[in-house]
Design a protein around this ligand. Structure first.
Ligand SMILES: *[C@@H]1O[C@H](CO)[C@@H](O)[C@H](O)[C@H]1NC(C)=O
Ligand SMILES: *[C@@H]1O[C@H](CO)[C@@H](O)[C@H](O)[C@H]1NC(C)=O
Ligand SMILES: *[C@@H]1O[C@H](CO)[C@@H](O)[C@H](O)[C@H]1NC(C)=O
Ligand SMILES: *[C@@H]1O[C@H](CO)[C@@H](O)[C@H](O)[C@H]1NC(C)=O
Ligand SMILES: *[C@@H]1O[C@H](CO)[C@@H](O)[C@H](O)[C@H]1NC(C)=O
Ligand SMILES: *[C@@H]1O[C@H](CO)[C@@H](O)[C@H](O)[C@H]1NC(C)=O
Ligand SMILES: *[C@@H]1O[C@H](CO)[C@@H](O)[C@H](O)[C@H]1NC(C)=O
Ligand SMILES: *[C@@H]1O[C@H](CO)[C@@H](O)[C@H](O)[C@H]1NC(C)=O
Length: 450
């Protein structure tokens, strides 16, 4: 049965929210994952996804590694070229085909029990760390949307209608429950100079749709890159500028919808999985944020240890944060995320929502059960939070300035020096990190035994 084909689709205005009808479900399941098929790597992860029988499968970035450095460099570096050649288009389509025709994923698609959705990140956008300047983006946009089998009539395909492929859905469930699922495009309009990830058109849309739809039982914001953690150095992330704008919107939304207590954020990109919580609820008007990153369907930080970010995260997961209580342990094996929403609210602890990271072996690796109406902490800590965020803001601004300097330098002087500097910075930060960790560990031992 194709439940979702019964859905009513509204494409009326610039502000269209698609309606998906799953009203016959008493437990609704959404599964998602990211980072699939790097250098033709494969896994049988979809075998397990199939067993969990999700109602929706959400590709959350890097569904295929369609970017190839040479292609991007030739295109971006050549002022006489404005688009991808047919050969390059074929290469990219081929990479998407490799993901699309994964045998178990094919089974998932052909069973017609699971609705496929998706939003891209850099590697399926066509350019590593890609931004608004990518000349091939409209060509890849079409290929990506074909890959996720977006309907031909969808406004996501209309380049003059919207500058990126952002989209949102109201998922209607039994017992008057609804889920508002918002897919955010952090690539099409990403301005690396101002650090604005979304662009004016998408910010306006995001605010409007959240103000309109946050009376849903659950609001989910999905973005390829991570939203809560401040990492700054090696990994892409929302950073203070974009988080500040989002938090401002959430504060407005909370005023209009005072019952809104929690929002769920989904992300990918980093080749491991982890939970994050926003430490300062006053920044979001009291709304508690729970982020679950799921990353690594065919490769994980373990298989990418040469990548400095993965390495640092592995040896010291708290490297970038001031308080380790706001994150969970890391999952460092092939995995996907699974959210289960109980429309009957049958759980004695009030946990309508069950969030899990699932492994290839069918085991749950980390999980949280969530009572969606439970409020965040009181507003009293605002002062402490402001201080904390001011400090973050300064550090992140400084690092952003350095990054801009480096990319300017890189464009003028070539790469080799950058790599040397980067490598030295990596060694220093790793040494500092390990020293701090050893020091705090020793201090805690001394405290315990004296
Ligand atoms: C990936 O597979 C395709 C064909 O399936 C091949 O043309 C390509 O060279 C492979 N790429 C790598 C990086 O192995
Ligand atoms: C991708 O797969 C489709 C469907 O089988 C096929 O028509 C198309 O030619 C393939 N693209 C490439 C570049 O191989
Ligand atoms: C799924 O839907 C397609 C197209 O509507 C149809 O051809 C196919 O037989 C369906 N598969 C199953 C298993 O129902
Ligand atoms: C969408 O358009 C393509 C080509 O433009 C066509 O081959 C395909 O059949 C269309 N799909 C649907 C569902 O109409
Ligand atoms: C694409 O969007 C533009 C601007 O909103 C609109 O005028 C046009 O009719 C749309 N085209 C299609 C085919 O829907
Ligand atoms: C759903 O909402 C409608 C309209 O507010 C109400 O009449 C109906 O009783 C509700 N159904 C359930 C199962 O709560
Ligand atoms: C949310 O509010 C709109 C009107 O603003 C209403 O049509 C809709 O039924 C409400 N949804 C829920 C889940 O209460
Ligand atoms: C869920 O949280 C709300 C608000 O704190 C509380 O009133 C309610 O009792 C909780 N539900 C259950 C079943 O514990």
């Amino acid at each position: 049965m194709k439940h979702f084909f019964l859905a009513t689709l509204f494409f009326s205005s610039a502000l269209s929210t698609q309606i998906l009808n799953f009203q016959d479900k008493s437990t609704f399941k959404l599964a998602y994952g990211s980072c699939n098929g790097w250098r033709n790597r494969t896994s049988d992860i979809f075998k397990q996804v199939l067993k969990d029988e999700p109602d929706i499968w959400l590709w959350l970035g890097d569904a295929a590694y369609s970017d190839r450095k040479l292609v991007t460099r030739d295109l971006q570096g050549d002022p006489t070229r404005n688009s991808l050649t047919q050969d390059e288009v074929n290469y990219i389509e081929n990479r998407f085909n490799a993901s699309k025709f994964d045998p178990y994923y094919t089974q998932l698609r052909e069973q017609n029990k699971t609705k496929i959705l998706g939003i891209w990140d850099d590697h399926d956008y066509g350019m590593g760390n890609g931004d608004v300047t990518f000349k091939g983006k409209d060509q890849v946009r079409k290929l990506y949307l074909n890959f996720i089998e977006e309907p031909n009539t969808s406004m996501r395909r209309n380049v003059s209608h919207q500058k990126g492929i952002w989209e949102d859905y109201l998922i209607q469930l039994s017992n008057n429950n609804t889920i508002h699922l918002v897919l955010i495009d952090v690539r099409s309009e990403f301005n690396t100079v101002s650090n604005d990830r979304l662009g004016d058109q998408q910010w306006a849309w995001l605010e409007e749709t959240l103000l309109r739809n946050s009376n849903a039982s659950l609001t989910i914001l999905a973005s390829g890159i991570q939203m809560i953690p401040d990492r700054t150095l090696f990994l892409d992330e929302w950073e203070v500028f974009n988080k500040g704008k989002l938090f401002e919107i959430i504060r407005k939304v909370k005023k209009v919808h005072p019952k809104l207590a929690k929002m769920v954020l989904l992300s990918g990109d980093v080749h491991f999985s982890q939970f994050y919580f926003n430490p300062c609820h006053s920044e979001t008007g009291g709304v508690k944020l729970i982020e679950l990153t799921s990353s690594g369907m065919t490769h994980s930080a373990w298989t990418q240890l040469y990548c400095p970010a993965s390495f640092i995260e592995m040896i010291n997961p708290d490297h970038w944060t001031t308080d380790s209580t706001y994150r969970s342990p890391i999952v460092n094996e092939f995995n996907f995320g699974l959210l289960q929403f109980d429309t009957q609210n049958r759980q004695p602890d009030g946990a309508q929502l069950h969030m899990q990271i699932r492994g290839m072996d069918g085991q749950t690796k980390i999980e949280r059960k969530v009572n969606l109406s439970e409020e965040g902490e009181a507003m009293g800590k605002r002062k402490m939070c402001n201080l904390l965020h001011q400090r973050h803001r300064k550090v992140i601004q400084a690092i952003h300035t350095i990054k801009l300097g480096i990319s300017d330098f890189k464009s003028k002087r070539g790469l080799s020096l950058i790599w040397s500097v980067g490598f030295i910075a990596f060694i220093i930060s790793t040494t500092v990190s390990i020293s701090i960790r050893t020091f705090t560990f020793t201090a805690s031992l001394i405290k315990r035994f004296t």
